[in-house]
Structure formats: structure tokens, C-alpha cells
Design a protein around this ligand. Structure first.
Ligand code: SF4
Length: 255
């Protein structure tokens, strides 16, 4: 018997128990800022001013976060006398701001879903986190999620990156080649809002300006468990995460 066979038997299963159980191992998620009530309007304004992507809006003594724009620079945590509240967790998948609801794939796909990944100008960070889902700790195959290199066999189009002008055509062609039961998931702040790239002559400022997006996974980059939560939402095995309130009192996710 090989060394690795006995090693495996001795150590037992090391993969995360998520989604059956919450994964609380330190370091699995960087967490994220959440809406915060400060003691003065000046503190709230200071928090909004420090954010490089305008993800924080000050409204009186309160600040509101648009997670679709947050690039996880942590300036609002580390560089303010009164930091923003910061939540742990990773179940961040949400609906795009232009959709009241998105249906998951039909139940036949719940335990076997094929994913086509398109890098639409990604810096490499979201792809690196996505790659972790294939390692023994996250092991997405145990949940029936598989990557495919052909759009004809794909159920989900997973897009990372802000959609650079050069990738607009290939992205559309990929989407058109998929079966019509397809779902689209934008992963990362750049794919949701353009992130640090913003809108320019070279950048479409997010996937939803090119294709109808069904689900979004905020984060910059989102940790592997956040992406896994997104896959489970698309497969209808989990529901979308809690929604942050917007300054208008509107509970829909906002940009
Ligand atoms: S962590 Fe997010 S919300 Fe906070 S300053 Fe950076 S980009 Fe803005």
C-alpha cells in the first residue's frame, strides 16, 4: 500500500464540512465592512471619504456599504479613529440591483452542475480563489460541481473581471453557445461594478452591462467559500445572503 493511502486513512477526511456545517476556521474569509452607525455625522463623512471606490455612502451619522463596489482595501477598518463595523462570514451571494428575483437552475441540476468560467479581464485574484475550489479542502466535486471547457455542456456561466473591450465579443459568443437554461454569475467587485477599473473606453464596467446576470458574489476577491455559496445558490441548495439596507431605506442591493 502506498504511503499516501495510509496517510489518508490515518488523517481521515480533511475537506470542509460546509455546507452541512458552517466553516469557522480562522482565515477562511477576510470578512467585510457592514453598515455602521457612528456617534457623529463628521465620523460618518470621514469614513465615506476614505473609501477609494465610493462604496461607502454617509447619511447623517450612518454609513451604508455597497458591497458590489467594495475592493476590500480595509482602509475603513485600519485607517480611521472609529472603524467601520466588520462582519465575518462568506455567504455573500446576492441578486443584481436590477432584478427583484432570480430562479436557480431546475432541480435536476442540483447535484450535477457544469460551470464554464470566462476570464473577462480579471487581474488573477478571483481566478486564484476559484482555483482553490478544486483542492482537497474545498473539493467542489464532492458537491457535484464540475468545470467544463465547452459552453455547449455548461449550465452556469461564471464570469470574473470587469469585461474589457477585447473580451466583450468572446463573452457574448460563449453565452450564446450555452443551452437556454443557462445561468450567469458575476464573481468579484470588478465583474459586478467594474471595481477599480470603473467605466472607460476599454471597460464595460461589469458583466450586467453586457449580459443578464442572475447572481452576484461580491468580494475582491471573494474567498473560495463565498464562491462555493454562489454555486450552491445557483443549484438551488442555498438561498442568497442577507441584504444590506441602502440609504433610501430600500432593501434591494444597490450600486
Ligand atoms: S474595505 Fe471596501 S468599503 Fe472599506 S474603504 Fe476599502 S473599498 Fe471602501
Amino acid at each position: 500500500m502506498s504511503f499516501w493511502f495510509w496517510h489518508g486513512l490515518r488523517k481521515g477526511v480533511q475537506s470542509t464540512r460546509y455546507p452541512a456545517r458552517a466553516e469557522n476556521t480562522p482565515g477562511v474569509s477576510p470578512g467585510r465592512p457592514v453598515n455602521t452607525d457612528f456617534s457623529s455625522a463628521e465620523e460618518a463623512r470621514r469614513a465615506a471619504a476614505i473609501c477609494p471606490t465610493d462604496a461607502i455612502i454617509a447619511h447623517g451619522k450612518s454609513t451604508y456599504i455597497n458591497h458590489g463596489k467594495c475592493v476590500h482595501c480595509q482602509l475603513c477598518l485600519r485607517s480611521l479613529p472609529s472603524p467601520m463595523n466588520w462582519e465575518p462570514g462568506y455567504e455573500w451571494t446576492r441578486l443584481p440591483s436590477n432584478r427583484a428575483e432570480s430562479l436557480p437552475l431546475p432541480s435536476a441540476f442540483a447535484k450535477s452542475m457544469h460551470i464554464m468560467v470566462v476570464d473577462a479581464g480579471d487581474c488573477g485574484a478571483c481566478l486564484r480563489e476559484l482555483k482553490q475550489l478544486n483542492n482537497p479542502l474545498y473539493n467542489m466535486h464532492r458537491l457535484g460541481f464540475f468545470l467544463t471547457a465547452t459552453p455547449r455542456a455548461a449550465d452556469l456561466l461564471l464570469v470574473v473581471g470587469p469585461v474589457s473591450e477585447n473580451m466583450r465579443g468572446p463573452l457574448l459568443k460563449t453565452w450564446e453557445a450555452m443551452p437556454t437554461s443557462r445561468k450567469v454569475m458575476a464573481v468579484g467587485a470588478c465583474a459586478i461594478s467594474g471595481g477599480v477599473f470603473g467605466k472607460s473606453f476599454m471597460c464595460a464596467c461589469g458583466v450586467s452591462s453586457v449580459l443578464p446576470v442572475d447572481f452576484e458574489v461580491p468580494g475582491n476577491p471573494p474567498p473560495p467559500l463565498a464562491i462555493l455559496h454562489g454555486l450552491l445558490v445557483v443549484a438551488g441548495r442555498k438561498s442568497v445572503g442577507p441584504v444590506q439596507e441602502s440609504p433610501k431605506g430600500d432593501t434591494a442591493p444597490w450600486r
